[in-house]
Design a binder for this molecule. Structure first.
Ligand code: FMN
Ligand code: SF4
Ligand code: SF4
Length: 269
């Protein structure tokens, strides 16, 4: 099969998923690459045309070993129409558990034909300089692997006479899925002394939980704990100050320090 266009469809609050998908597309060697970014509320509202003959890479972060509920909600409007797709998850060097299987099954329900899948590692959303967990990842080595994965997927696809020849790629995971992010009635807070009211936090929030006027207000019930506001605040005013979150970040930093490597499914590593 010949592929003339690649579409990248992703939900990526802190940008690691987006980076890896873009590296994969580079490795595919196709000039026409389109981004469908479902991260922000405006992106989520866009009208996505039903897919046709393109190859679609679907990417999400892992939250509690699962696909984030917000991503599922936004992906559900896609119409695969038999297009080939590549499910990809980004996880913070702990585990990806059932997330990739969940994403692959969701893709199939939406009418896509999964070709292959991958799990890559990104800096953990809760990581800080003091409590590092995969800080700086995806790094050059990861992005090289992402390009290699893209090339292998393209080789597999070009070797197919038709999508009907495609065997379902085996993806690890349990069904019924387990896990999911722990309920936590909290969001990052703002230190008014360091805040310059620039509005960046509100502009990167995927759920419109933040408003910035004379002060920064956060609707805790909308917060999905993605931490995009914290990572993008230019003055360090936006921080987590929650006991449970602090314990989780400390546990992750102590127990998930050993480097994990990307894994490929449905193509050779
Ligand atoms: C609420 C929440 C739950 C998370 N759960 C996991 C997890 O179960 N396993 C893991 O390794 N990383 C977990 N992470 C880390 C993210 O999967 C990781 O940082 C990912 O690279 C973020 O992707 P993004 O940059 O595209 O937003 C979690 C992050 C958040 C915000
Ligand atoms: S990004 Fe930081 S400095 Fe800017 S408004 Fe938000 S909290 Fe304040
Ligand atoms: S308020 Fe919550 S949902 Fe919004 S960017 Fe910050 S952590 Fe993410």
């Amino acid at each position: 099969m010949e592929i003339k266009q690649v579409k990248l469809v992703y939900f990526s609050p802190t940008g690691t998923t987006q980076k890896v998908l873009q590296a994969m597309a580079k490795g595919m060697g196709v000039d026409d690459v389109r981004n469908i970014n479902l991260t922000l509320p405006d992106g989520a509202k866009q009208n996505v045309e039903p897919f046709a003959d393109e190859l679609v890479i679907l990417g999400v972060p892992v939250y509690g070993g699962r696909v984030p509920a917000t991503a599922i909600e936004r992906l559900k409007k896609l119409q695969g129409n038999g297009s080939l797709c590549v499910p990809v998850v980004l996880y913070g060097n702990r585990e990806f558990e059932d997330s990739l299987l969940e994403l692959k099954n969701l893709a199939a329900e939406l009418g896509f034909k999964p070709v292959a899948g991958a799990a890559f590692i990104g800096e953990h959303s809760f990581a800080t300089e003091a409590l590092p967990v995969a800080n700086g990842r995806p790094d050059d080595q990861d992005l090289k692997k992402a390009r290699e994965f893209g090339a292998k997927v393209m080789e597999k696809v070009t070797g197919l006479a038709s999508a009907a020849d495609l065997a379902d790629p085996e993806i690890p995971g349990r069904f019924p899925y387990e896990g999911g992010p722990k309920a936590l009635d909290a969001s990052p807070i703002t230190n008014p002394e360091a805040c310059i009211l620039c509005g960046t936090c509100a502009s990167v929030c995927p759920t419109s939980a933040i408003t910035v006027e004379d002060s920064v207000e956060t609707k805790v019930e909308l917060c999905i704990r993605c931490t995009a506001c914290v990572k993008n605040c230019p003055t360090g005013a936006r921080v987590w100050q929650n006991e449970m979150l602090g314990k989780i970040a400390t546990w992750l930093s102590e127990n998930c320090a050993a480097r994990k490597e990307p894994e490929f499914f449905g193509v050779s590593a």
